[in-house]
Design a protein around this ligand. Structure first.
Ligand code: GLN
Ligand code: ZN
Length: 782
């Protein structure tokens, strides 16, 4: 065995699983139909991998919803509120989606990892991002009475299903994939119990041992056991847990391939090399810095698997370079050197072949999951001196062409970037001075009210956008439709009595796509979907080349909106870090460089908006936090350039132009300093769900600028009452000087309907009025 895979996308070439799942959830398809679809996808995936020449094929990389959730049901980690006599797949769906069948409990703004709404009796499990990917898993819940016991047997069924195929093809085998016990425990969270997590390890290992035993009995030789937390900076107790775990599992009859990915092993390198398992998989791309050390330290005689074909990005691999990098490993490990992608292919789109609209030159530089199988095959062949010389030469030529491509490299952008140091990253005056000038300019009341940008995206809006895209209406008609919408939201905001208006973003289908489509250097696929959570997929744009802005992107909409009202109209942009974070990015320059290119383009947009009379501009950085590197020791570096990109975007405006930023999450404790360094005049954040507790970070730090702590949760259809919001603002006002407080919802309102949005905003404005009165009286009597 030499060529293997760590996981293959399970959504299907055209998101078949998504559509069948959603039809099933709506009651339009039966469980039998859903199961048939799932079997079909698994079968096709096996065939694709067999045809590609993969010798050891993953099983249990399939999941209806999430592979961590599958581990929970396998291990019997089922929250009390969902337990029932006999396990069935409905239990798993409830764990993921809560009890109400029509609501997946995760209807949040961009599907980027919000906590769940715990007000429902049978609320869904919390979702978290799987390491630094855009995939979300359902957090396992450990309760006082959680007992590990094999509960869900689908793993064994799928293994049996796969092993049947082995009879037709004697040169292949199957390898079940499990989340390893230490990673599983690490990701799990205690719920209403104080039992130390690690004290549960022995019991957990017992069940893992039973699972391995049962797999071996089925005829399984190798099991891939994913322990990605080995790339984190672990405390000693977790490092010790690894020793304990793998000493115990070493008794098992199955051979274990321990898989790590997404980063170097760092200080865990020695530990990973010593664990008593049969082999190790190492990510040679994200872990490049330690690849040589791994090759040197991993014991000869064991299997070392190395991934040099990128499971996280969409570029063709440099096979010739990979061959060279693997020479030493080949000499040391011989047939025990295995080849795989760097990590599971779950994180890349399925099949490049089905794309018909990409620029052919660009397409030639790309590789999706299916094509990556061809790349590992070529690499493996080359290492066995069996490679087709022409394929290797072709690969060399493609990479050379890419390196010199005019499509990718833009001299003007390069020239501008070379002079980056000439642009000051600081605004003319500090906030304290700017604030005085801004008060004079905007003359806002205490507790000014505003919203985060988008308003409900009605059927009509979506339809108009779709019809314009399909050429059914012309540009003029489209613009008229959007302007009518803008007029409508202006009238509504007027009626409601909001102080600072937004235009509502009707023209945006997505906060990244809208800008990406107007920037040079960005491409969009037709079917490049990647699973985000459950049936939800995202289609990240591809930043393939130097980024520049041929024309203003938002100025017409914002100025039109401003022309409809005397109130202040806030301009609305997506920040560079978020643009970067939610895209596939170049692999031939640093993320920092790409981010700066985007920031320069946005800087031009900011200055154009200002010149056109828009003096309040919000730049959303929804993804700033999720860009944090996996290793804490890398955080400062990242935050430094991320913050600077924001400053580069904003530093050119006049002192009385007010810069806002918005971040839709709530954990600020460990990044508050960086957030302050962004020096936005106003920041709006998510705080309502925690009852303003999350403001603590800002209070403790004495955050110096203005804040709009979200006063209602837009993820819930409930209409917040005036009293609830008064209460929240009062809490905030206890700790933040009232002159610096804004009143706004948690996030954009595009996923809501007007039915709940309008009364909610009416209440919000009323709450602000009450507060204003209270505080004005206080100020007068003082
Ligand atoms: N301005 C965006 C909106 O209101 C912000 C969305 C977000 O932060 N996710 O939709
Ligand atoms: Zn938000």
């Amino acid at each position: 065995m030499a060529l293997h895979n760590l996981g293959y996308p399970r959504i299907g070439d055209f998101r078949e699983l998504k559509f069948t799942l959603e039809a099933y959830w709506k009651g339009e398809k039966s469980l039998q139909e859903l199961e048939a679809q799932a079997r079909e996808i698994r079968y096709q995936n096996f065939q694709t991998q067999i045809k590609a020449g993969v010798e050891l094929i993953p099983v249990n990389d399939f999941a209806y919803y999430d592979q961590v959730l599958n581990m929970s049901t396998l291990l019997g980690v089922i929250p009390k509120r969902f337990r029932q006599e006999n396990f069935d797949v409905e239990v798993a769906f409830r764990m993921a989606r809560g009890r109400a069948p029509s609501d997946d409990g995760h209807g949040c703004c961009a599907g980027h990892g919000h906590d769940t709404c715990e007000s429902k009796a049978d609320y869904a499990g919390a979702m978290k991002k799987w390491f630094d990917t855009n995939y979300h898993y359902i957090v396992p819940e450990l309760e006082d009475d959680t007992e590990f016991t094999i509960t869900d047997t689908r793993l064994f069924d799928e293994v049996a299903e796969a092993l049947v195929l082995k009879q037709d093809a004697s040169n292949i085998d199957f390898k079940p994939v499990l989340v390893g016990p230490v990673t599983y425990l690490y990701l799990a969270e205690n719920k209403g119990t104080e039992i130390p997590k690690l004290s549960r390890l022995p019991a957990l290992l017992e069940v893992y041992a039973q699972i391995l035993q049962r797999l071996a009995t089925q005829g399984v030789e190798w099991v891939q056991i994913d322990e990605p937390i080995l790339v984190l900076e672990l405390e000693a107790e977790w490092q010790n847990a690894f020793k304990e775990a793998y000493q115990t599992l070493a008794q098992s009859p199955a051979k274990l391939l321990l898989a790590t990915y997404f980063e170097t092993l760092g200080d865990n390198l020695g530990l990973a090399c010593q664990l008593p398992v049969a082999g190790l998989h190492y990510d040679g791309l994200r872990g490049a810095k330690q690849l040589d050390e791994v090759i040197e330290q991993y014991p000869a005689g064991k299997v070392l698997s190395i991934g040099l074909v990128d499971g996280r990005n969409i570029w063709k691999a440099d096979i010739n370079d990979a061959i060279e990098q693997l020479q030493e490993a080949k000499a040391k490990f011989g047939d025990n050197l295995w080849i795989a992608p760097s990590c599971s292919l779950l994180h890349v789109p399925v099949n490049l072949e089905v794309e018909t609209k990409l620029n052919p030159e660009l397409k030639n530089y790309l590789s999706f999951a299916k094509q990556k199988l061809g790349e590992i095959k070529l690499l493996n062949d080359a290492l066995h001196d069996k490679a087709d010389k022409k394929s290797l030469e072709d690969n060399r030529q493609v990479l050379a062409a890419k390196a010199n491509s005019k499509l990718i490299h833009n001299e003007q952008v390069q020239a501008r970037l070379a002079k980056l140091d000439d642009i000051p990253l600081t605004r003319d005056e500090p906030y304290a001075v700017r604030a005085i000038l801004q008060v004079a300019r905007f003359d806002l009341p205490l507790f000014p009210t505003t919203t985060i940008g988008s308003f409900p995206q009605t059927q009509e809006i979506r339809q108009a956008r779709r019809r314009f895209k399909n050429g059914e209406i012309d540009e003029l008609e489209y613009i008229e439709a959007m302007q009518a919408e803008i007029r409508d939201v202006c009238e509504r905001q007027e009626r409601i009595g909001i102080d600072v208006f937004v235009h509502g973003e009707p023209e945006r289908n997505d906060m990244v796509e809208y800008f990406g489509e107007q920037l040079d250097g960005y491409a969009f696929t037709q079917f490049g979907w990647v699973q985000s959570y459950g049936s939800r997929c995202v289609k990240p744009p591809i930043i393939f080349g130097d980024v520049s802005r041929p024309l203003p992107m938002t100025v017409n909409w914002s100025t039109y909106a401003q022309s409809q009202t005397d109130k202040i109209m806030k301009g609305m942009l997506t920040g560079a870090v978020t643009m970067l974070q939610w895209s596939f990015v170049r692999n031939d320059q640093t993320r920092e460089t790409t981010c700066n290119q985007i920031a320069l383009a946005l800087r031009d947009e900011v200055l154009d908006l200002e010149a056109a009379g828009i003096h309040m501009i919000q730049i959303d950085e929804a993804a700033l936090r999720e860009g944090l590197p996996l290793k804490k020791s890398d955080w400062d570096d990242y935050l430094y350039w991320a913050v600077n990109s924001f400053r580069l975007t904003t530093s050119g405006v006049q002192n009385d132009t007010q810069i806002h930023t918005h971040m839709c999450y709530s954990e600020f404790n460990d990044i508050i300093q960086a957030v302050a360094k962004m020096d936005a005049d106003v920041i709006t954040i998510e705080t309502s769900k925690s009852q303003m507790k999350l403001l603590d970070a800002f209070v403790d730090f004495q955050y110096p600028n203005e804040i709009g702590p979200g006063v209602y949760d837009i993820h819930s259809p409930n209409i917040p009452t005036v009293e609830q919001m008064v209460d929240l603002i009062q809490k905030a006002a206890k700790n933040i000087p009232v002159e610096r407080l804004w009143v706004n919802p948690d996030c954009g309102l595009k996923t809501r309907g007007w039915k709940e949005t309008e009364p909610a905003l009416v209440n919000m404005v009323e709450a602000a009025k009450i507060l204003k009165k209270q505080f004005e009286e206080k100020i007068q009597s003082a």
